[in-house]
Design a binder for this molecule. Structure first.
Ligand SMILES: [Zn+2]
Length: 239
């Protein structure tokens, strides 16, 4: 007689357990592995990876044991999760080169930055703000890239500004450098790091130890900037 238990794991049971205990959505992935592992993804979902032959009880117990860690991680995630701008007249701010600007909607006119406020015409506000940021980014990032490249005696072909929501910058084989305009919503130090990172790719076309040694020679504490980008990556989706 074959005594192998067929796997009839009730995933919904586990999901409702997590939902009741931790109030968060869960995805359970059964795969060829020996232990249970959990992560929280950017969307705030709890992803549980478990061996195929595990019981509901072991999964639930594992989640219970990790509850404090899960709650802590999730709180961090919420804190770092900057919502997209609504531009609906509610109390909103935008960060530019590390400074916070209060957004004020106006009846007509042009987008303008005065003191700690940024004034945006109500009609088509998103498009107008984007166009303003694009222009601002073009000037700032082109000038700053030239400054840093000259200082370290590095050569590049051109700087273009895009609206990528997946990468802060890139460097092509012919040393054409691209940045997303969203980069100007980061602090100056972080912007400098991305510029230094892309300029380093004009010499090293990879992320080898040699590449990071070069980055480090130009910005010894570059890891601070990398850490900031890791915990603030949602800023790329603000507008
Ligand atoms: Zn790179």
């Amino acid at each position: 007689m074959n005594t192998t238990k067929t796997n009839k794991l009730d995933l919904n049971l586990i999901k409702s357990h997590v939902l009741n205990a931790l109030l968060m959505p869960t995805r359970i992935v059964l795969c060829a592995r020996k232990t249970i592992a959990i992560i929280i993804n950017d969307a705030g979902e709890l992803i549980v990876r478990a061996p195929k032959n595990v019981s509901e009880k072991s999964i639930c117990n594992f989640i219970n044991q990790k509850a404090n860690w899960i709650i802590k991680k999730r709180t961090e995630l919420i804190k770092n999760n900057r919502p997209s701008l609504k531009l609906d007249g509610s109390n909103e701010h935008i960060s530019l080169l590390g400074d916070e600007f209060k957004i004020i909607l106006i009846e007509s006119g042009r987008v303008k930055k005065v003191d700690n406020c940024i004034y945006i015409p109500k009609d088509n506000a998103h498009a107008k703000l984007k166009a303003y940021l694009m222009k601002f980014a073009k000037k700032y990032l082109s000038d700053r890239t030239k400054e840093i490249a000259d200082y370290f005696n590095l050569k590049y072909k051109s700087v273009s500004i895009r609206s990528s929501t997946t990468r802060w910058g890139s460097c092509g084989y012919k040393n054409t450098i691209n940045f997303t305009y969203k980069l100007i919503m980061c602090p100056i130090k972080v912007i400098d790091y991305i510029i230094i990172h892309e300029l380093s790719h004009t010499i090293e076309k990879n992320h080898s130890a040699k590449f990071y040694a070069r980055v480090s020679s130009m910005m010894p504490d570059y890891k601070v900037a990398e850490k900031w980008l890791k915990t603030n990556k949602s800023i790329i989706h603000v507008i």
